[in-house]
Design a protein. Structure first.
Length: 423
């Protein structure tokens, strides 16, 4: 029996119309209501393990099976004295953090082997990961060392030595100006002076431009190790419960990822990073480094551990002027607008003032460690980008004799100028 082709086409079209009608009538994912239902289901599935974990945790805390074991042993206590300040004559303030796993009760205070009455800004029992400030009416002596000991209710002792007692800076116009000027001379002015090397870089041969780019890598490499050293020093003062290693990892990785994301803004993902973008990234990295430097300056000043003289200021100026050269080296063959230089100078220099204010008035090892780690991560990412720029624009590579010499000279310059900064 023969079937006419038109009949087959008619049957096929009828079947197609039927399928389309069925799809239109069914609640498929294209329907708005179906989309909302699907999204809600996804959230429920995603949050279910979290809710289950929270329930198990609450159940464990209410019926703690380790309670009978802990009752047989003394509690684990950990107090960290972050700093001791002297707001005025006869007044001493001790700033402590409980970084241990359990609450700690401060029972007694010894100053220079003598028991002393104290007031506390909260209950004497300090919960885990909480801070407290103890105030003592103590006749401290300007320029003299003091030993403070905190004794807990269980008899454990935590000590802190003040190398030089000196009146702490007060948040007023006088000290704001002092710290502001120190940050200006140590950070802002040197960086802006370093930017003045741009006209010189514009007029030299291409191979020497890459020499200075390699020198920039040397400067940044030294800054990276210098920043990481300061990060480790401040992390040693972080209370154990705040996980200094985690703060460092968060700061370094956060800066690397953040700068990479900033570098991708407004450009083709397949295109190489422009010299101006790299210059701004260098300015951000140096700014974060100078923020940590300012924190150290302010903290040392408030503790009386730094000699503020013309030699120190000159040392910081020489050390930081080279940072301006690092910023302009990637744009030696470009002609950016003047406001770009001003913006990059402020980004790199102004954090020194902010850091000096924060360190002088309210220094915290936790925030100092985090921001120093941010600076280290930012500088690391900038080193990667500058290395790519040299490899991309100079076929002979980074490690030609001239470029290798620039790399080494950059590190030597930073080392020599760092010797002038004595604190």
């Amino acid at each position: 029996m023969k079937v006419h082709p038109c009949t087959l086409m008619s049957d096929h079209n009828t079947e197609k119309d039927t399928v389309q009608q069925t799809m239109a009538q069914s609640p498929i994912s294209g329907h708005p209501q179906a989309k909302r239902t699907s999204r809600t289901n996804r959230w429920i599935l995603g949050l279910f393990p979290v809710a289950l974990l929270a329930g198990i945790s609450v159940l464990f805390l209410r019926n703690d099976p380790t309670a009978q074991f802990r009752a047989a042993f003394p509690p684990v206590e950990e107090l960290t004295i972050e700093r001791v300040s002297f707001p005025e004559a006869g007044i001493m303030r001790v700033h402590v953090v409980n970084g241990g796993p359990e609450s700690v009760t401060i029972a007694q205070v010894l100053v220079d082997d003598a028991y002393w009455q104290f007031k506390i800004d909260r209950d004497p029992t300090v919960p885990r990961l909480n801070s407290a400030t103890l105030e003592l009416n103590y006749p401290w002596v300007e320029g003299e060392p003091h030993l403070i000991s905190l004794i807990t209710s269980t008899g454990l002792t935590f000590e802190y030595e003040v190398a030089v007692a000196t009146e702490s800076p007060r948040l007023n116009a006088q000290y704001l100006t002092i710290f502001g000027l120190l940050g200006l001379y140590a950070g802002v002015v040197p960086v802006l002076l370093g930017l003045l090397w741009y006209p010189f870089l514009r007029r030299i041969d291409r191979k020497w431009v890459h020499f200075y780019l390699s020198l920039t890598l040397g400067l940044l490499a030294f800054l990276l190790f210098d920043t990481f050293e300061h990060t480790l020093e401040t992390s040693a003062m972080v209370a154990e419960g705040f996980e200094a290693v985690g703060l460092i990892a968060l700061g370094i990785l956060g800066a690397v990822v953040g700068l990479r994301a900033i570098g991708q803004l407004g450009r083709d993902k397949s295109a190489p990073t422009s010299g101006l973008t790299i210059a701004y990234m260098i300015a951000i990295g140096i700014g974060l480094h100078n923020l940590g430097e300012g924190l150290a300056i302010g903290a040392a000043y408030s503790l009386g551990e730094i000699a503020l003289g013309s030699f120190l200021v000159i040392g910081f100026a020489l050390h930081n002027t080279t940072e301006g050269l690092a910023i302009v080296a990637p744009i030696a063959d470009k002609r950016p607008a003047l406001w770009n230089f001003i913006a990059m100078g402020m980004i790199a220099g102004l954090p020194t003032i902010l850091g000096a204010w924060a360190g002088g008035f309210s220094y915290s090892p936790i925030t100092a460690t985090f921001f120093l780690a941010l600076g280290a991560g930012a500088i690391l990412q900038v080193i990667i980008e500058v290395s790519k720029l040299v490899q991309r624009s100079w076929p002979k590579g980074l490690f030609t004799p001239l470029n290798a010499m620039g790399l080494i000279i950059g590190m030597v310059i930073m080392y020599v100028t760092a010797l002038l900064v004595t604190a």
